[in-house]
Design a binder for this molecule. Structure first.
Ligand SMILES: [Zn+2]
Length: 211
């Protein structure tokens, strides 16, 4: 990962394995100027997520965390794992914050590769979604061809998407000495992992695959 041509970048961070591992890998570069963005969209696991985000950002001495709160984000009954248009919402807020910073990159820890049991596989994390999103963001941000350019183009950067499966991210986290017990990815509101949601099933499967 080469950040030398980057300026200010925003990383969307949830406190889960993927975004925390990406944050660790980005912070290894001294030239990194990364601004963490946490979005409170009313998730049940909010307190646990923000606890994890604050822990890691403090430990890694990142720039201050920007927190954005959305009230009344729609939910689908009977599907606690799916939040409608979540990635598009997060990406939009990441780009908006990036523009406020006059930055040029938004990092998202979307994971491609072989699905792990329990993984969501929703349509807002597919190659097609990413391709269209990048085109849309480019159309909305790059005015370099105009007579009076005001804003930089923003690149959506997803370092894990092409080359890494979830198991690869787990291995990378271990190699970066990420404190796995400080990560939170369960979708329930309980103090302990529920063991039933997609994230918990996936987490258990990962531990078996990687061990
Ligand atoms: Zn769970």
């Amino acid at each position: 990962m080469n950040l030398t041509d980057r300026e200010n970048g925003v990383i969307l961070i949830s406190g889960g394995l993927d975004s925390v591992t990406l944050l660790h890998s980005l912070m290894k570069y001294p030239e990194t100027n990364i601004y963490p963005l946490f979005v409170d969209y009313g998730q049940k696991q909010l307190d646990k997520e923000i606890e994890s985000v604050r822990y890691f950002c403090d430990k890694l001495k990142t720039n201050p965390i920007k927190e954005i709160k959305i009230e009344g984000h729609p939910v689908i009954k009977n599907d606690i794992n799916y939040i409608p248009f979540r990635n598009m919402t997060l990406m939009s807020l990441g780009c908006a914050y990036c523009q406020e910073l006059n930055g040029n990159s938004v990092y998202m820890a979307l994971v491609g590769g072989t699905p792990t049991p329990g993984a969501s596989g929703y349509l807002d994390s597919t190659p097609l979604y990413l391709e269209y999103s990048r085109n849309l963001v480019e159309a909305m941000t790059d005015d370099s061809e105009s007579d009076n350019p005001k804003y930089k183009g923003i690149e959506i950067i997803t370092p894990f998407f092409q080359s890494r499966s979830k198991a690869d991210v787990y291995r990378l986290a271990k190699s970066l000495y990420v404190e796995l017990d400080k990560i939170w990815s369960c979708c329930s509101s309980s103090d302990e992992r529920c063991g039933k949601c997609n994230s918990c099933v996936e987490w258990e499967a990962l531990k078996k695959i990687v061990s």
